[in-house]
Design a protein around this ligand. Structure first.
Ligand SMILES: CC(C)(COP(=O)(O)OP(=O)(O)OC[C@H]1O[C@@H](n2cnc3c(N)ncnc32)[C@H](O)[C@@H]1OP(=O)(O)O)[C@@H](O)C(=O)NCCC(=O)NCCS
Length: 156
């Protein structure tokens, strides 16, 4: 059995549900892209805090942000975030966003984003993150894809 503090993907996986309200909308009655970005950043920060066991994490990069469909008032937004990769002082978090039909439970994907989060020490310097323990073939596949994204981001 997995130890409670083994830093697996499921250990820090986070699901957040948000009811879209009029305050979240732009002039055309759709969810603001910036509002969604804030929610995505927040979920990634929670995942990073849980994985590292620290409050002191910061966002270094966000990429692959694509808006596939709009969201409207009273829609349920579901954001699911989990760690795909750990480096030395950074980790990559994938956040998928769905619009959920509350009656049928069917979720329609609207966005996928990858965020690089960095752990900082008391002096604000990057600090070593706990390694990610991979348990499934799917997680190993995600790790390999994350390595390609990392090389592209860092121009390697
Ligand atoms: C993120 C930050 C701490 C990195 O500091 P730095 O001096 O570049 O530190 P390093 O070069 O040691 O990099 C630290 C880690 O971040 C990663 N990193 C740094 N810049 C990155 C970028 N643009 N894209 C992806 N990863 C990046 C590095 O690869 C390294 O990861 P690793 O140790 O796993 O290999 C610093 O740039 C910063 O404080 N940025 C502002 C963050 C912020 O305020 N975010 C909130 C939104 S504005």
């Amino acid at each position: 059995m997995t130890e409670p503090f083994t830093k697996t993907v499921s250990y820090s996986k986070t699901e957040q549900v948000h009811l879209v309200s009029p305050a979240d909308l732009n002039g055309n009655g759709r969810l603001f892209g910036g509002t969604l970005l804030k929610m995505i950043d927040e979920v990634a920060a929670i995942v990073a805090k849980r994985h590292t066991g620290s409050d002191n994490v910061t966002t270094a990069a966000i990429d692959n942000l694509t808006f596939k469909a709009g969201a409207y008032v009273d829609n349920l937004l579901v954001l699911i975030g989990y760690v795909t990769y750990t480096g030395n002082t950074s980790l990559e978090v994938r956040v998928d966003t769905y619009v959920e039909n509350a009656i049928t439970g069917i979720r329609k994907p609207i966005n996928r984003a990858y965020l690089v989060m960095v752990l900082l020490d008391e002096a604000g310097r990057p600090a070593k993150v706990p390694p990610l323990v991979l348990e499934t073939e799917a997680e190993k596949g995600e790790w390999e894809m994350a390595q390609l994204r990392r090389a592209k981001r860092l121009g390697q």
